[in-house]
Write a protein of this length. Structure first.
Length: 455
């Protein structure tokens, strides 16, 4: 199915089968019907799967009282759902200042900006802009790059996701967002992404990073490329480049005078085992885009961090978004970051990551239809195939595993049609993590049996 490029699809037989086998109450059915009748329909959301009544900690609860360990969370749930520290910070801020008009600043927003810059741990100076969504921040980053370099072209990667607005899908590479849109933003060129399991050049360990050789080939021939944009870690199917990839990429960008923009909207704030994902690689971006979990899982908030040299837009308006310096959003973000620091969360993530990887590799040994296992921090992926030699994507198995797990209290995301993407809250315990993987194992056992290689 060509639409199976990002996320599970809401129009398949498997979706209808799940809803039939997991009877929904009259109240839930009525809510779903109202939702379907009032919202515009789109793939992966409306019509919806179920109705949520509560989300707390690592769980979401539906209207009929069933609970699901949330290993999806739309990447906002570093601290899980409804974290007390974030709620308390918001309540306190509501008693002081709830909104800051454009011509004014406020102490909480300034404090957050200083905190985000400080977390860069850089000798260089950075500045900050806030928006309410990662999509919007990507647009800001693109404008800043054009203004600074005087060049309008960008190079980004196929299969990438940078948001759903017209400029964001232009630099993005997901077909389900681009199809039928007609002409997109000019100058948005794409190259093949890093893919350790399906690289078009073969084995990434021996190819010498030919994908970046191709990037350099383009830059040698086009003198009007202002920026290279990519996700540090591609979160949808968890692609984890080696350190050599980013070292070489940084060198190429410096050689050709091209800005490096890193999108860490879903991967910042401890998700990968570092506060920022680029800190795994010993390089620094010219522009860093943050979002999703920045708002503590409650408030919509995103940020653009750019080097001091990019402060050249004084005579134009880059954004001036209504909630640009939201004191409530800043309070939520500060509470999230401070809790992570105070509770040594990143250290715990790295400890749990070893357990996570070991458990998933053990699962792979039992079920040969798991072609690849990828883990960094608390981001994990199981890539399902029809057989190990052809690596043909096993989309049907992935979808059926998803719905069987949902029936047994585990929610996650399917990406690229055949990749089970697992992103638990960072507050999860080892016992809870192993319990979730046991649900996965039971689903594999039920659907294919141990060692069975045809599905």
């Amino acid at each position: 199915m060509s639409d199976r490029t990002e996320g599970d699809i809401n129009s398949t037989k498997a979706r209808k089968k799940w809803q039939k086998e997991n009877p929904l109450s009259k109240v839930t059915k009525e809510l779903l019907k109202k939702d379907e009748n009032i919202f515009f329909h789109q793939s992966m959301s409306t019509p919806c799967l179920n109705g949520v009544k509560k989300a707390e900690g690592i769980y979401i609860y539906d209207l009929d009282g069933r609970s699901y360990m949330d290993f999806h969370g739309n990447s906002v749930h570093q601290l899980g759902h409804a974290h007390p520290a974030v709620i308390e910070a918001l309540q306190n801020q509501m008693n002081e200042l709830t909104f800051s008009p454009r011509r004014y600043t406020n102490e909480t927003s300034v404090k957050l900006a200083e905190k985000l810059v400080g977390l860069m741990d850089s000798k260089e100076s950075y500045r900050v802009l806030f928006t309410t969504a990662g999509t919007t921040s990507i647009g800001l980053a693109l404008k800043m790059a054009r203004r600074y370099t005087g060049k309008h072209k960008t190079i980004s990667l196929w299969d990438s996701f940078h948001g759903a607005s017209l400029d964001a899908i232009s630099v993005g590479g997901e077909a389900v967002f681009r199809k039928g849109m007609g002409p997109l933003l000019s100058g948005t060129e794409h190259i093949m992404p890093y893919n350790s399991y399906r690289c078009v050049f073969g084995d990434c360990s021996v190819c010498g990073l030919k994908c970046l050789d191709y990037l350099e080939y383009i830059l040698e021939r086009e003198g009007d490329v202002g920026a290279v944009l990519l996700e540090t870690i591609r979160s949808t199917d968890v692609q984890i480049p080696p350190q050599s990839y980013f070292k070489k990429l940084r060198k190429i960008c410096d050689t050709y005078g091209v800005l490096l923009i890193l999108d860490e909207v879903p991967t910042g704030f401890g998700r990968t085992g570092q506060m920022y994902a680029f800190q795994h690689y010993g390089i620094e971006p010219d522009i860093l885009v943050l979002g999703k979990g920045l708002g503590g899982g409650i408030w919509p908030l995103s940020a653009v961090l750019g080097k001091e040299k990019l402060n050249v837009c004084q005579d134009i308006s880059l954004g001036h978004y209504t909630h640009e310096k939201s004191p409530l959003g800043a309070a939520a973000a500060l509470a999230m970051i401070e809790w992570i620091e105070a509770n040594h969360t990143i250290e715990k993530v790295n400890q749990l990551s070893k357990v996570f990887y070991k458990e998933l590799k053990n699962l792979q040994k039992k079920y040969p239809l798991i072609g690849d296992v990828r883990v960094i921090g608390l981001m994990g992926a199981l890539e399902l195939v029809c057989n190990l030699e052809s690596k043909e994507k096993n989309n049907d198995l992935a979808e059926n595993i998803l719905y069987d797990c949902l029936s047994n209290g585990l929610s996650f995301k399917v990406s690229q049609g055949n990749v089970l993407t697992l992103t638990p809250p960072l507050i999860i315990t080892e016992e809870e993590l192993k319990s979730a993987i046991k649900v996965l194992e039971n689903s594999f056992e039920k659907l294919i049996g141990p060692g069975f290689t045809n599905y």
